[in-house]
Write a protein that binds this ligand. Sequence first.
Ligand code: PLP
Length: 401
Amino acid sequence: IFANVPKGPAIEVFALTRAFQDDASTKKVNLSVGAYRTDAGQPWVLPVVRKTEVGIATDELINHEYLPVTGLESFTRAATELVLGSESKALKEKRAFGVQTISGTGALRVAAEFLHHQLKRQTVYYSNPTWENHHKIFADTGFTKLHSYRYWDQNKRQLDLEGMLADLDQAPAESVIILHACAHNPTGMDPTHEQWKQIADLMERKKLFPLFDSAYQGFASGDPDLDAWAIRYFVDRGFELFVCQSFAKNFGLYCERAGNLTIVQQSGATRDMIHSQLTLIIRGLYSNPPAYGARIVSKVLNTPDLRQEWMESIKSMSSRIRQMRKLLRDKLVALGTPGNWDHIVNQIGMFSYTGLNEKQVGVLIKDYHIYLLKTGRINMCGLNTGNIDYVATAINAAVTS
Ligand code: PLP
């Protein structure tokens, strides 16, 4: 039965992590995986999360019954309010609601299922480059027209807004356009507010459907309101849209799969119909979501002093990343490494598209035991005060070799 099953290609980021684990070098550095690390190079359980976990574990009123198909309501309400803002007109007018999903990936899949099967959408556009799972999720769902729009100018190492607008201008009406809400993965380069306005103008004129992928709210700048600016701007302009939220990075709840799909409609009259269809989609995919991560996020966001502690943790994560950006840029400049490295500090969030080419990446992996994606993307969180000199010296050697 199984004799003709072909072996699928390895997923680069997981293959690199495996190679890193198998590497016996004491100097090895993992800059590939998308997770936060402390300055000691360790994973971090946010103190407020740990505290909340203890409370949940000892709460006699909490049991392990199934959640409703669309998840924990106190979580979806808090998540939807976090992304749209407590003053959101769409919320006040009851034109927005959320359903719990299996983290950000699950939100994207449920969104894609709804758009394809209910609204008969066939065409999706994602940035070039983008998080590699975007293509797979929409292709697996049945979208037949998968396109990329220009986003990154490799020569100038900045956003290619002209290319992006030109490509979106060619998109047929009703195309689904995936937009990274903030901290674009993998480039770390976001549009400015002015550029977002131009993108919104074009999307409105061309009747394109915005699907915001929000995997880094609060983690990017340390300010959840600022990181949701683009989404709220589109909502204020009257767009109907989806937002796919992940709580993996901003709560450090990677494996707990806490996510939310927010739906913003023009009128609350469509809510029950949409909700019923999302319920059926989730029922067929995985019946109902896991409770653990959602309980933690709900408790923290809905308790003012815990929420304040969380705000302090996201500030500390984002400022450590900014500090690493500055240190890396300064060290490369001090070493006289050929090229301009300012893009490293101009980018935001977990990732930097360094501009290193595949050959240079090969040198870093083989000769220096520094693991990064072949596109030159690095996870800034893999850098710390203990390894940054080593990494900067290695990059300098790879660029000048
Ligand atoms: N979208 C983007 C752009 C991401 O970078 C990620 C994670 O790396 C996700 C979505 C989904 O992550 P998760 O499913 O772990 O929440």
